[in-house]
Design a protein around this ligand. Structure first.
Ligand SMILES: Nc1ncnc2c1ncn2[C@@H]1O[C@H](COP(=O)(O)OP(=O)(O)OP(=O)(O)O)[C@@H](O)[C@H]1O
Ligand SMILES: [Mg+2]
Length: 140
């Protein structure tokens, strides 16, 4: 099922993140896909807040994954933009994260499409018409 949502501004994106967080269940994987600056990290920050994570979510550019354990569910936030080699993902134990009882949010997940588990929820973000507009499509 695919759902298309127009996000008029950053506030709408944050509200979507909060809504998604409220629906999240253990062992779900969310693929966040979209060009540079479309709002993947902004959405991830709102999800973290919605789950009740007390730390500030920062981009895991150099570590691939950051783990947040203070919310309703553990949150594993990935950014695979700079991953050059699939071996780097096996080294961090990517597969294990999919069934550790938490939620995985993976920025740039389109780069590792083959490695994503069945049932991954795909969240695509694209630029809209106005400056702050984004088009989001969610496929479950
Ligand atoms: N509707 C919107 N939703 C999200 N961000 C928006 C929106 N409108 C404007 N912005 C701005 O766009 C930028 C989004 O940056 P963000 O880091 O979330 O993107 P990203 O997709 O994670 O980029 P990257 O691929 O570099 O990681 C921010 O500067 C934010 O203020
Ligand atoms: Mg980002």
């Amino acid at each position: 099922m695919e759902k298309r949502i127009v996000l008029k501004n950053e506030t709408d994106t944050r509200a979507l993140g909060a809504k998604l967080a409220a629906q999240m269940e253990p062992n779900q994987v969310y693929a966040l896909i979209g060009d540079l600056g479309t709002g993947k990290t902004t959405l991830a920050k709102a999800v973290a807040r919605g789950l009740g994570v007390t730390e500030t979510l920062t981009s895991p550019t150099f570590t691939i994954v950051q783990e947040y354990e203070t919310g309703r569910l553990p949150l594993y936030h990935f950014d695979v933009y700079r991953v050059n080699d699939e071996d780097e993902l096996f080294e961090i134990g990517l597969e294990d994260y999919f069934h550790k009882g938490g939620v995985c949010l993976i920025e740039w997940a389109d780069l590792i499409e083959d490695l994503l588990p069945e049932g991954t929820v795909t969240v695509r973000l694209a630029y809209g018409d106005g400056e702050g507009e984004r088009i989001c499509s969610i496929e479950r």
